[in-house]
Design a protein around this ligand. Structure first.
Ligand code: HEC
Length: 108
């Protein structure tokens, strides 16, 4: 029994540090409300990169959370079809909710 629990804990850890404590439905709900899925999908490239490819790019970077938090809260200028636009900002000021969205993206 003890080994079983230890194995389960290990498997959980191996599935990625960011996957822990992500409230998927809260993240997706807030992102839907914020219009994020208009330009992004989890697996396919649309106007913006897929969240999977964002996760690939940042997963191993130590400043991933800070970089992505800044990206979705400050609205940097991005290029869409060659046109410069302000990137969408997540529609919340709640730090926990923002953290949850960033963890959601990084665990795709
Ligand atoms: C109008 C289209 C559009 C909307 C709406 C949009 N994005 Fe983006 N997003 C983009 C584009 C284009 C890029 C690529 C920017 C680049 O690589 O320069 C991007 C990049 C990103 C990145 C990667 C940043 C990086 O440094 O690589 C993240 C994370 C992201 N978006 C999250 C979100 C979230 C969360 C929302 C909702 C609040 C959102 N996006 C809404 C178009 C959009």
């Amino acid at each position: 029994m003890r080994t079983l629990i230890a194995t389960a804990a290990l498997a959980l850890a191996a599935s990625g540090a960011y996957a822990q404590n992500v409230d998927v439905s809260a993240a997706e709900g807030l992102m839907k409300k914020s219009g994020c899925f208009k330009c992004h999908s989890v697996t396919a490239k649309k106007d913006g990169p897929s969240y999977k490819s964002v996760a690939e790019k940042y997963k191993t970077k130590p400043d991933a959370v800070a970089t992505l938090t800044k990206h979705i809260t400050t609205g940097p200028t991005v290029k869409i079809d060659g046109k410069e636009e302000k990137h969408e900002i997540i529609k919340t000021k709640d730090e926990g909710e923002i953290k949850n969205v960033v963890a959601y993206i990084l665990s795709r």
